[in-house]
Design a protein around this ligand. Structure first.
Ligand code: SAH
Ligand code: MG
Length: 216
């Protein structure tokens, strides 16, 4: 059985600014629906304007759990002015620096999912440091440097409950295919080498791993 979002959720997803293609979004949604049944919160690293958050939020809503989403909202390296993934609409006109929080708030409001989401605004490692509760799903889609992706893995993967899911986006095993580096691929390899995670599915650059072992 495949689990697909209802048309209104799909329409909100398609209308939202962001970097999650439809095919991977559908896989993300199906994984989130399954993981939410554990009764634990779902957490995303890398909110941007809320495109993928919509899918986690709708899965959380259906199971009566909360979706958490982490971002400092100042953009990744490749999203800064002058870089390939920059969108001038994400710049705060008063400060002249990126601020994706307003667009994220609009996305969730339009999708009528605000009450199912808690936004954690800050740096991922700093939030992870004060986090101490199990998660049904962790979706790593934040910064693409080794420093950031590695810290996301180290900070959040230990909080995935046994039986829960670790998802990693932008995994490109072939250097020729990648657009923003292979750090997520190296995180994927680390997760597999830890012995704590078993691969469940591959959809384009999205990897779904289940936590099957205790030690990381
Ligand atoms: N999931 C989004 C895309 C995320 S883009 C979608 O579906 O469209 C990556 C995001 O990670 C950016 O918004 C950036 O601000 C954030 N980010 C990068 N490094 C971070 C860090 N160390 N802490 C918190 N957020 C970070
Ligand atoms: Mg991504």
């Amino acid at each position: 059985m495949t689990t697909a979002p209802k048309p209104d959720i799909l329409a909100a997803f398609e209308a939202a600014k962001g970097f999650m293609p439809m095919n991977e979004g559908l896989a993300l949604y199906a994984a989130a629906v399954g993981a939410a049944r554990l009764g634990l919160p779902l957490l995303e690293v890398g909110t941007y304007c809320g495109r993928s958050t919509i899918l986690l939020a709708d899965a959380a809503r259906a199971a009566g759990v909360t979706a958490l989403t982490v971002d400092h909202h100042r953009g990744s390296e490749e999203q800064q002015p002058g870089w390939d993934y920059h969108d001038p609409e994400t710049v705060d006109p008063e400060l002249g620096v990126m601020d994706t929080l307003p667009a994220f708030r609009r996305t969730l409001h339009r999708a009528r999912l605000e009450e199912h989401v808690v936004a954690l605004v800050g740096r991922s490692p700093q939030i992870a440091k004060v986090w101490n509760s199990p998660l049904g799903l962790v979706f790593i889609d934040g910064g693409h440097t080794d420093e950031h992706a590695g810290a996301d893995y180290e900070g959040w993967a230990p909080h995935v409950a046994v039986g829960g899911l670790l998802l990693i986006h932008d995994v490109f095993p072939e250097p020729a295919d990648e657009f923003t580096g292979q750090a997520p691929y190296r995180v994927h390899l680390r997760a597999l080498a830890s012995g704590a995670f078993t691969e469940e599915s591959v959809t384009d650059s999205l990897r779904v791993l289940r936590r099957t072992g205790a030690g990381i």
